[in-house]
Design a protein around this ligand. Sequence first.
Ligand code: AMP
Ligand code: MG
Length: 331
Amino acid sequence: MPRFSPTMVPATPVSIAQAAALVADGDVCAFPTETVYGLGADATQEAAVLRIYELKGRPRRNPLIVHVPDVAWAMRVCAAFPPLASRLAERHWPGPLSLVLPRGAHIPDIVSAGLPSVAVRVPAHPVALSLLRAARRPLAAPSANRSESVSPTTAEHVLRSLPGVPLILDGGPCPLGIESTVLDLTQPRPRLLRPGALPLRDLLSDVPDLELPSCHFDEVPGPLPSPGLLTRHYAPKATLHLVSNPEARFVAGLPSPTGLLTHAPLPQLDGLCDVVERLPATPEAYAVDLYAALHRLDDQGMRSIVVLAPPRNEDWRAIFDRLERAASKAA
Ligand code: AMP
Ligand code: MG
């Protein structure tokens, strides 16, 4: 049983001060960022960070991102801060870009899953920034949900996924809706580790020699890769089918109730799905509502969710990554 009943409170100077006191004391709290809600703990206290892994059921080999209020703090968290990191920080912080750099001495192994590096970012949400300033310490903060499940973009999502969190600061829906872009700067050539809310286009203009991991939409259009090859993540309770051209026969054969998530009209499916979530046809606007739409479909008890696959191009890469992982089967 949790020590406290879960408390979801509007983010105000008073509740933010309470949250800052909690994390200083080695506890955790959930707070809004511009990407998704985070579950934060003092990144310098090993036992506090351990609580994050326990509450989320997160595998210990999955490192966390450290959130800081400004570049000066980022420099304290990292053992080195090369000129490219400074340039990117100047352009994109506060914002949805996480930089992986050599880990500073004050950051314990557990934050980075034992790696010699650490991921760091300055979030752009006013509540996150106020909390970081009030706490006067870096906060390790992954998404505030059970491991593998759909990330939270509202305080209610956090409450339902993690009832054991002692304090949830409610700052309304997250403005961007998917996780940060993660960039590795520890190698001679910068490398994209995770596509995310910072559009790749923006990053490529700053880092033209950016190494992009090979990815499925580099291939000639064809069937999607075997879902079993992908790490399951961001997954709703319903079975998710990512389909380029959903045919009526396929959809009619799925266990019902069936939900449809689409960014374009699909007249061939008229009347075949129990609930239809229509998302915008641009990647940034689609991202804002993606997780919330998956939560809504789960809340309505869907057993199957059919997702119209987005275009296979760089602009949709972050969304494609999330949908592919959500569609992959449990290991
Ligand atoms: P989440 O906290 O769920 O947003 O996930 C953070 C992600 O950032 C991890 O799953 C990794 O992909 C990446 N990450 C964090 N720290 C590191 C690191 N030190 N080295 C490489 N990747 C990292
Ligand atoms: Mg997460």
